[in-house]
Design a protein around this ligand. Structure first.
Ligand SMILES: Cc1cc2nc3c(=O)[nH]c(=O)nc-3n(C[C@H](O)[C@H](O)[C@H](O)COP(=O)(O)OP(=O)(O)OC[C@H]3O[C@@H](n4cnc5c(N)ncnc54)[C@H](O)[C@@H]3O)c2cc1C
Length: 379
């Protein structure tokens, strides 16, 4: 079968690509390794406003990924990445979290022309239907609803933390995704009426799926790219019916920050020295593939709460407050650190009694590497 575009990975970005490209008549094939979430059969745990239900379902996660740290000699740990239609947006914490203007401007000045803040802002506006804010920073007609937790729904725990921030000189900023700077805010969520809205729900509704020029294959893994010489001609896939090849004028990798370089490497595009040890024929010896991975390491600290400080019954949003602050390290910008404050830490009875501070590095300087463990394409 021949297509104009093959989109590899039906995650946060892949659903957008498939939807937008097929809107103009191009023949598009979207291939997702995990299960589909069609509009008439979205699993309850994915729709739930409580993100931990989907996140803790192993059926929606890759099982084969491991992370190791160079320092500290720790054992490899499971690396959590989605494997389901909607990708991360089907299992994540639903926080509509924009990068800061300085991050994008740094990309542009490093050579990523067209990715500066003024360049990307129109696309942020276009993707969202902000239910609280308009103005220069926000869109009101996009497919992805964004709503904020109300301050009146904050639990006693959250109010106590906000008082502590004020006492430290870190003040309230109503719009977390507007004018950036140190401060704390109510959390913007990709959620409507208490239910998650994933990229698949927003960009692949029935009206899009019924386009005759859009084909969606779920539970199908792209094993590798196919080539004529050094030109990509399509992909080789595997699913329970067997191995299949599809051709396209253009293949777009949307398999995430870990799997996109892994697919390139399995296809022979990457550091030749590493790939030959797995018997992978080299198409292009490119040392940069798999390098400069960035993550935001997080540490969670939980507290057992007095009954009066717990989340009120009937309030479903429990990641209630976000703060950005400055580490104060020389050369680091403001907002390089972040804290999420969670009024209820899981759906079970103990989780309801725990409040959590999740502290993470918002602007990381350390980088890592994505490397293959073998030539297998199982994810
Ligand atoms: C647990 C968790 C919580 C998070 N919380 C938040 C949050 O609250 N707010 C926020 O802004 N961000 C959050 N993130 C990050 C956010 O979800 C990701 O940045 C985003 O989903 C990345 O989009 P992507 O399209 O690049 O990749 P993904 O959304 O990961 O999509 C990649 C897709 O490709 C598929 N795929 C991979 N390899 C293959 C293959 N060989 N063949 C076919 N398909 C393949 C995968 O199954 C997956 O569906 C979170 C992420 C995780 C894992």
């Amino acid at each position: 079968m021949v297509f104009d575009y093959i989109v590899v990975g039906g995650g946060s970005s892949g659903c957008v690509m498939a939807s937008r490209l097929s809107a103009y008549g191009a023949r598009v094939l979207l291939i997702e390794a995990g299960p589909d979430t069609p509009p008439n059969a979205i699993p309850d745990d994915i729709q739930d406003g409580d993100p931990t239900r989907a996140y803790l379902n192993p059926g929606y996660r890759c099982q084969s990924l491991h992370a190791t740290t160079v320092r500290g000699g720790r054992k490899p740990v499971h690396y959590e990445q989605a494997r389901v239609m909607g990708g991360g947006s089907s299992i994540n914490a639903q926080v509509a979290n924009r990068g800061g203007p300085g991050d994008y401007d740094e990309w542009a000045s490093s050579g990523a022309t067209g990715w500066g803040w003024e360049d990307v802002l129109p696309y942020f506006r276009r993707l969202e239907c902000d239910l609280d804010f308009g103005g220069e920073f926000h869109g009101t007609n996009g497919p992805l609803p964004i709503k904020r937790v109300r301050q009146s729904d904050w639990s006693g725990f959250i109010r106590a933390i906000s008082d502590a921030y004020d006492a430290l000189g870190l003040h309230f900023r109503p719009d977390f995704n507007g004018a950036f700077g140190d401060g704390y805010s109510v959390v913007p969520l990709t959620n409507r009426n208490g239910h998650r809205v994933s990229s698949a729900m927003a960009y692949l509704p029935e009206t899009v799926r019924s386009r005759r020029n859009l084909t969606i294959l779920s539970e199908t893994t792209v094993a590798r790219l196919t080539f004529l010489g050094t030109t990509v001609t399509g992909v080789e896939t595997e699913n329970k019916s067997g191995v299949q090849s599809y051709s396209a004028s253009c293949v777009i990798l949307c398999a995430g920050a870990l799997h996109s370089p892994a697919i390139l490497m399995r296809s022979g595009i990457g550091p030749a020295k590493e790939l030959v040890q797995f018997g992978i024929p080299i198409v292009a010896d490119l040392k940069g593939v798999g390098q400069n991975l960035q993550e935001h390491p997080t540490i969670c600290v939980s507290a057992y709460l007095k009954p009066a400080d717990r989340l009120s019954p009937g309030v479903s949003e429990y990641i209630q407050m976000h703060a950005r602050y400055s580490s104060g390290y020389e050369g680091c910008p403001s907002t390089d650190m972040a804290i999420s404050t969670v009024a209820k830490s899981s759906w079970h009875p103990l989780g309801r009694r725990l409040g959590t501070l999740a502290v993470w590095v918002n602007r990381s300087y350390s980088t890592g590497t994505v490397a293959l463990k073998g030539s297998s394409h199982k994810i």
